[in-house]
Design a protein around this ligand. Structure first.
Ligand code: SF4
Length: 311
C-alpha cells in the first residue's frame, strides 16, 4: 500500500526507526504506522471516555454510509469495543437513492460489515419516505444536500430506535465540525451553533456520539490506508452544489497557511457554548404538529419537505 516511492516514506518516525506515514504539525512529530495507530486509538478512546459517549449495556448503531469517515468509525469502534464489555454494535446504512453513486458506496458498506462480522441493516429513502433523493430533488438540485441531510437524520433516528439502538454514532471528524461551525455562522444560525449534538439527546431524539471528532480528515484517511481498508469511491453528484464544499475549500486554504485553523475553530465553538448565557441557549425543542417528532417550530422540516411533494 505504501510503496517506496510514496513521499510519506521519506522521513522516519519520531519515536522509532520505522518509515513515517504521517506528519502531525500540531505535535511537531512524525508517526510510523504502528505509532500512528496507537496514537489515534488513544485519542479516540480518551474522547469517548471524557465525554461519556459509551455506557455499559449500550447498543450502538453506527451510521455507515460506506464512505471514509463512517468506515473508519466502524473499524475504530470494532477495535475499541472490548474496553466496554456487553456493548453491542450494529451498522446502519441509509440508501438515499442517488443513481450512479450510492451503489458503489453501498457495496463498500456491505463488504466492510461482512469482513468484520457486524450486523448490518439497510433502510432506503424510497422505503421510508416513498421517494428516492433523486426524485425528491428533481428540478431543485441546489437544495439536494439540505433535503438529504434532514431526511437522513430522521431515517437514522427512527431506524436506530427500531433496531433497539440506545446511541447513534456518526463519523464526523474535526474538519467536518469546523465546517459546520462556519456554515452556522454564515447562515446566522445561533441555535444550531449552540446546540451540542455530540453530547447526546435533545427531546426524544436518540443520543448521538461523534467519537472521531478529535481526528482530522487527513488522519481518518491515513487510518484507513494503514489498516488496508481505503477504497477510492465516486463523489456524490450533488456535492458541488453544497455550501459545505465551499466552506471546506476555504478552511483547507487557511489550514495550509496557518496549520491548526480547524482545531482553533472547534476550540472557539466550545468556548462560545460554555460561556453562552441561558437566554440564548437553544433550549428544549417542542414537538411537530403533524408527526409529533421533536422540532423547534410548529412543523418539523421533514413534514415540510414531504408536504411540498403533495401537489
Ligand atoms: Fe447527500 Fe449532499 Fe452528501 Fe450527496 S453530498 S450524500 S446529497 S448530503
Amino acid at each position: 500500500m505504501f510503496s517506496p516511492g510514496n513521499p510519506l516514506l521519506q522521513d522516519t518516525c519520531s519515536r522509532c526507526e520505522r518509515p513515517a506515514v504521517i506528519r502531525r504539525d500540531d505535535l511537531g512529530e512524525r508517526f510510523c504506522d504502528h505509532h500512528f495507530l496507537a496514537d489515534i486509538r488513544a485519542h479516540v478512546e480518551s474522547n469517548i471516555v471524557r465525554n461519556r459517549m459509551i455506557a455499559p449495556g449500550d447498543h450502538i448503531t453506527v451510521a455507515l454510509s460506506g464512505g471514509k469517515d463512517s468506515s473508519a468509525l466502524l473499524l475504530m469502534l470494532y477495535d475499541l469495543l472490548p474496553l466496554w464489555p456487553g456493548v453491542e454494535l450494529t451498522a446502519l446504512t441509509i440508501d438515499e437513492g442517488i443513481a450512479g453513486y450510492r451503489e458503489e458506496t453501498m457495496r463498500a458498506a456491505v463488504d466492510l460489515t461482512r469482513v468484520l462480522g457486524i450486523t448490518h441493516e439497510i433502510v432506503s429513502f424510497s422505503g421510508h419516505f416513498g421517494k428516492t433523493l433523486d426524485a425528491m430533488v428533481k428540478g431543485n438540485e441546489p437544495r439536494a444536500c439540505t433535503i438529504c441531510g434532514v431526511m437522513r437524520r430522521r431515517a437514522l433516528s427512527e431506524a436506530s430506535r427500531w433496531i433497539g439502538g440506545t446511541t447513534l454514532a456518526t463519523g464526523h471528524n474535526r474538519d467536518d465540525e469546523a465546517q459546520s461551525l462556519l456554515m452556522n455562522v454564515l447562515r446566522g444560525d445561533l441555535p444550531r451553533l449552540l446546540q451540542d449534538s455530540a453530547k447526546g439527546s435533545s427531546g426524544s431524539f436518540i443520543p448521538r456520539i461523534k467519537p472521531l471528532s478529535v481526528l482530522s480528515e487527513r488522519e481518518v484517511l491515513t487510518y484507513l490506508l494503514v489498516r488496508g481498508f481505503f477504497r477510492d469511491l465516486p463523489e456524490c453528484p450533488y456535492s458541488h452544489t453544497a455550501l459545505r464544499s465551499e466552506v471546506r475549500r476555504m478552511i483547507g486554504e487557511f489550514d495550509e497557511q496557518c496549520p491548526g485553523t480547524s482545531a482553533r475553530l472547534i476550540h472557539l465553538r466550545d468556548e462560545i457554548r460554555r460561556s453562552s448565557p441561558k437566554g440564548v441557549s437553544p433550549g428544549q425543542p417542542g414537538s411537530c404538529g403533524i408527526c409529533g417528532q421533536p422540532c423547534r417550530g410548529e412543523i418539523c422540516q421533514v413534514c415540510r419537505i414531504l408536504d411540498s411533494f403533495r401537489d
